[in-house]
Design a protein around this ligand. Sequence first.
Ligand code: PEP
Ligand code: MN
Length: 343
Amino acid sequence: MIVVMEKDATEEQIAHMTERVQQLGLKAHVIRGAERTVIAAIGRDRATKSESLESGPGVAEVVPISAPYKVASRELKPEPTQIQVGQFVAGAGKVGVMAGPCSVESEEQIVSSAHAVKKAGATALRGGAFKPRTSPYSFQGMKEDGLKLLALAREETGLAVVTEVMSTEEVELVAKYSDVLQIGARNMQNYRLLEAVGNSPRAVLLKRGASATVEEFLLAAEYILNEGNPNVMLCERGIRTFESHTRFTLPLATVPYLHRKTHLPVIIDPSHGTGHAYLVPDMSLAAIAAGADGLIIEVHPTPETAASDGYQSLDFAQFEATMARCERVATAVDKQLVKMTQG
Ligand code: PEP
Ligand code: MN
C-alpha cells in the first residue's frame, strides 16, 4: 500500500511514518515526487495494517497498490524515473544510446569501438565479458580480462560501461569494472541474481526473458527494486514467437504499455530483437518514435569477423548514419537524444 503524505508534511513526520511502517514488519520505500512524498509499505498482510497508519501525523491517505508489482508501478510513482550514469541519461524526455560489440574480443576491438560509438553520439559502451551462449562450445567471453579492457576503454573515452553479469558470485567483480550491470534475457528470472544486483550500488539493465510476459518482466524488476536499488532500466530485446523471419519478434507496443504501467525507463535492443543488421536502423527509429528512453545496439569494427552476433551488428559507418536519423526522430517526438559533452 501507499502512505500518501500531505503536501506540507514535515521531514519529522515522514521519518516517523517510515518508522511506523517498519514497526509493522513492512519494508518502507520513500519516494519524493514533485508534488508530494509517498511511502510505499511493502510486505504481506497489509490490509490489517493500513488503518493504524491512516491516523499518523502528516498522512493524507493510505491507498492499496492494485498491481502485483509495487515499487515498479506508476500507481506508486507517477513521475518517470530518469537514470543517469556518467553522461548516459535515459528517461523523462532524455534518450540515451549504449553501443558496442556483442563480446569484448581484444584491446584494439573494444577501444576502437568505444571511440567510434562515442563519435557517433553514444554515451555508454556495451560489450560482453561473460557471455551466456546457447552452446557450451561457443566463445564464452574474455571474463575478467574483458572487464579490464572495458575499464580501459572507459578511461580513454569517458563512456559509461554496460556489461552482463551471469552469476551472484560475479556481481562484485563485474561491478568493480563497470557502471551498469546487465541481466541477460536467460537470467531474467534468476531471483537470487536479481536480489544480488538489487544490493549493488550500480544501475541495472534488466533484459526481458524471451518467453516472459510483461507482468513477469515487471515482477523481475520488482525483485531488484525491493532490495533497495532504484536504478533499474527495462530492456525489451524481443520474444520468441512462431515467426522465424527474424531471430526474435520485437514488440514495440511494449514501450507505451510499459510507460503506462511503470515509471522505469524502457530501452530497446533492436539487434537481438531482429537478428539482422539491415533491420536494426529502421527498428531503432521506430523504437524512439514509440517512446523508448534508450537503445542498446551491437556495433563491431568488422561484423564479418565478430566472435558473436556479427550478423546483427552494425559497422561504424552504419551506426553513425543510424544515430543521425535517431536524433531527428527524437526531436520529432519532443525528446532529446543525449550525447557526450566532454571527456
Ligand atoms: C547480449 O546483450 O549480447 C545478450 C546476450 O543479450 P540477451 O540476454 O538479450 O540475449
Ligand atoms: Mn549479442
